[in-house]
Write a protein that binds this ligand. Structure first.
Ligand SMILES: N[C@@H](CCC(=O)N[C@@H](CS)C(=O)NCC(=O)O)C(=O)O
Length: 130
């Protein structure tokens, strides 16, 4: 049976983009289904009932949610260019830095982009982390 892959996403999302890069690195053909996040589809809610967020990859009818989980799933399920290191320590490091990006970098970026005036100046200013 040929693999069927569908990606539910939106344009401009770094989380969706991450999954598209993984799919492209592996050379996987997939159907992209554009979601309207102000009017989420019944499929999105069915496939990701916990968070109701994109991206969701549906592989042969089975849904996988959360971009980093999806990237690992793609790496484990398809041969070709490896995405994550095979060495356990190096893989742990890669997961650590991916989590830093999600927990620290992206929220700061979204705040800087989504605010104005003084709030934006504060969000953009470099600061010490403790
Ligand atoms: N931790 C999630 C974040 C996904 C996420 O925040 N997706 C946004 C689009 S960029 C979304 O679906 N938002 C809809 C909502 O919050 O209701 C992941 O890595 O997949």
């Amino acid at each position: 049976m040929a693999d069927e892959a569908k990606l539910y996403g939106v344009g401009g999302s770094p989380f969706v983009c991450r999954v598209k890069i993984a799919l492209n690195l592996k050379g996987i053909k997939y159907e992209f289904i554009e979601e309207d996040l102000s009017n989420k589809s019944a499929d999105l809610i069915k496939y990701n009932p916990v968070h109701k967020k994109v991206p969701v990859l549906v592989h042969n009818g089975t849904p996988i949610s959360e971009s980093l989980v999806i990237v690992e799933y793609i790496d484990d399920s398809w041969k070709g260019v490896p995405i994550l290191p095979r060495d356990a320590y190096e893989k742990a490091q890669a997961r650590f830095w991916a989590k830093v990006v999600d927990d620290k970098c992206l929220p700061a970026l979204f705040k800087a982009i989504g605010s104005h005036g003084q709030e934006q100046a504060v969000a953009e200013a470099p600061r010490e982390t403790t």
